[in-house]
Design a binder for this molecule. Structure first.
Ligand code: ADA
Ligand code: CA
Ligand code: CA
Ligand code: CA
Length: 204
């Protein structure tokens, strides 16, 4: 395969919108117009505190696109019952970048994330996650299935550049979950597969 066209998100920063209550995306498409969405303290401070709220909540197959998360990204983006994100950049990942909160299929394409303390993606429910064209740099790990959970997740990652992970790329405690990464560039990305994965592969 080819890893030649890995660009991540492509927005130039637009004007800043301060977010004091989670923006709900419940149907159709929410187009952020490349504005910078910056959480206020009402959502959290972007630290490792687990009590923070997301900046966006995407539900029921809806799509969120063309968004820059600003210096305070709080608990990022939450998905319920599946959804799509397209052209999203986290300038400074908060507690984590996005979380699958209930079952469904999540598609994340053309995304970029920088400067996380720990996780980029957190998966808290049985689900399928398809990630394509991502650039992720400088955090603990790319993806974590919630610690101690044994439901099945299916993770497909294609055309990603992942660099400077302190721990690694995929971590689970579930022996039924699967992960694969294809057509990607890994630089100082730690261990690819951490934990019990039924299947965990890297190719291309
Ligand atoms: C940690 C924490 C979980 C949950 C998760 C998350 O793994 O132990 O309870 O809060 O983070 O969704 O960020
Ligand atoms: Ca967490
Ligand atoms: Ca979180
Ligand atoms: Ca950060």
């Amino acid at each position: 395969g080819s890893s030649g066209s890995i660009t991540g998100a492509s927005c130039s920063n637009g004007s800043t919108t301060n977010v004091s209550s989670t923006i709900l995306v419940t149907s159709g498409t929410y187009d952020g117009g490349c504005r910078v969405f910056n959480a206020t303290s009402a959502l959290g401070d972007g630290s490792q505190s687990e009590s923070q709220k997301p900046v966006f909540r995407v539900e029921n197959g809806a799509t969120l696109r063309n968004v820059v998360l600003g210096n305070n990204a709080a608990d990022g983006i939450h998905f319920y019952n599946g959804g799509t994100i397209d052209n999203i950049r986290w300038s400074n990942v908060g507690e984590d970048a996005f979380t699958i909160k209930s079952s469904g299929t999540v598609n994340a394409r053309n995304i970029t994330g920088y400067a996380g303390e720990d996780k980029f993606i957190q998966v808290n429910a049985a689900s399928t996650l398809n990630v394509s064209n991502c650039v992720v740099d400088n955090m603990g790990k790319f993806l974590r299935q919630n610690g101690g959970t044994t439901f099945k997740i299916v993770v497909n990652v294609d055309r990603c550049q992942i660099s400077n992970m302190k721990e690694g790329i995929f971590r689970t405690d579930s022996s039924t979950s699967t992960a694969r990464i294809t057509n990607s560039r890994l630089r100082n990305a730690g261990s690819i597969c951490i934990g019990k994965w039924a299947s965990c592969t890297s190719s291309g």
